[in-house]
Design a protein around this ligand. Structure first.
Ligand code: 9MR
Length: 366
């Protein structure tokens, strides 16, 4: 994609000054013809229906975001947008193994508890993320050289404890995260190597026993398209369901590059939904080569709209979660050199065109 028609990024001085000028409330449809966009203003008497969560509530679905503990605890601009716009939260890191069980049997719930309490106070649901992953494992676990029997009981005890602690307060769990390679083979990991693929069914069964009401997911990236990886996951999901394993949903992470949404996304989600599974977009972001041009921001808006429609247009789509609110805090720039601007709000919490695209994708009347 071209970055030639490079215009100032949303955080530019020029755009900042223009956005700060108050807009008439009548123009509360966020994007005005000039291309200047502004936050939806919630003034007394104004309807919250024009927020992301207003649209999602009206539709009976979730609009979520990943939440980092430092933003939650130190940035009141962040929490203002979080609570106005989202009816669901996912712990970006606070519920992962290394955060929760830094020593064997020694649990640290501080950050996870903070998020769960915040969500309860603001009537938000919680997606739990994540119980079995190859990454972010504490060193005692990585380096422990445990036997299969020991590892099995370590995993069971971790799941029992974590899911049990939040029983009734987490509506869905990413039980297993990123279990496949892109070619459809099983990813080599501590779990896969020592326990074999059976760890997936066991983890789902243990999680179900610890909280029978929670919706249990397998979550992955690069499964949005119909491809070798999604085919392999589809085969596994079908097999697990046939065996009566408590699998309720598939999480499609949806980390996209601007203008490159897979054309088969909706049909692919539908085949999982046709198995009777819930489908959710769980980590949506759309990265742009920096500096982002006006054309790229406009394309990003379309991509947010299309991605959310691709899920919500399928039966049993439970909702869409974005992997962060603001370009101020995003995993993208440090992981993909030269890319950024991936989220619906800029660094100053100004709604980007992407916000409008996401709104349109969620709006039940659109
Ligand atoms: O956004 C998360 C980042 O803060 C962490 O450093 C990173 C560690 O691996 O994990 C990021 O979140 C990942 C998520 O847990 C699973 N899917 C990919 C996400 C982006 O890397």
């Amino acid at each position: 994609m071209s970055t030639q028609a490079s215009t100032p990024s949303p955080s530019s001085h020029r755009r900042r000054r223009r956005v700060l000028r108050p807009l008439p409330l009548a123009a509360a449809g966020l994007l005005v013809a000039t291309g200047v966009y502004a936050l939806p203003q919630l003034t007394p008497g104004a309807s919250a229906a024009t927020t992301l969560r207003g649209y999602a509530d009206a539709r009976g679905v979730r609009i979520g975001t990943a939440v980092g503990d430092s933003a939650l605890t130190s940035d009141s601009s962040y929490t203002a947008v979080l609570d106005r716009e989202f009816n669901s939260v996912t712990a970006e890191n606070a519920m992962k193994w290394d955060a929760v069980e830094p020593t064997r049997g020694g649990f640290d719930w501080a950050a996870a508890d903070r998020l769960v309490a915040h969500a309860a106070a603001h009537k938000q649901g919680v997606r739990g993320h994540t119980l079995v992953w190859y990454s972010q494992l504490p060193s005692w676990l990585r380096n422990g050289d445990f036997s299969a029997t020991q590892l099995n009981s370590i995993l069971k005890s971790h799941i029992d404890t974590e899911v049990g602690r939040y029983k009734g307060r987490v509506y869905a769990w990413d039980v297993v995260n990123e279990a496949f390679n892109d070619d459809g083979s099983m990813r080599s990991s501590l779990w896969q190597t020592k326990l074999g693929t059976g760890y997936i069914a066991n983890a789902l069964k243990w999680a179900h026993a610890a909280d029978p009401a929670a919706r249990l997911y397998i979550n992955d990236y690069n499964i949005e398209a119909d491809n070798a990886k999604s085919d392999a996951l589809y085969a596994l999901a079908k097999q697990l369901l046939a065996q009566g394993v408590p699998l309720n949903g598939i999480g499609f992470q949806s980390h996209f590059v601007v203008g490159k949404l897979p054309s088969t996304m909706k049909a692919n989600l539908k085949r999982f939904s046709d198995l009777g599974l819930e489908v959710s977009v769980t980590e949506l972001d759309v990265r742009i080569p920096l500096p982002a041009s006006a054309a790229e921001l406009a394309q990003q808006s379309k991509d947010y709209k299309t991605a959310s429609e691709n899920c919500l247009g399928v039966p049993r789509c439970a909702g869409v979660t974005v992997w962060g609110i603001t370009d101020k805090y995003s995993w993208v720039p440090s992981t993909f050199t030269g890319y950024g601007a991936a989220l619906p709000f800029d660094e100053r919490y100004t709604a980007k065109p992407a916000y409008t695209g996401l709104s349109k994708g969620l709006d039940p009347k659109a």
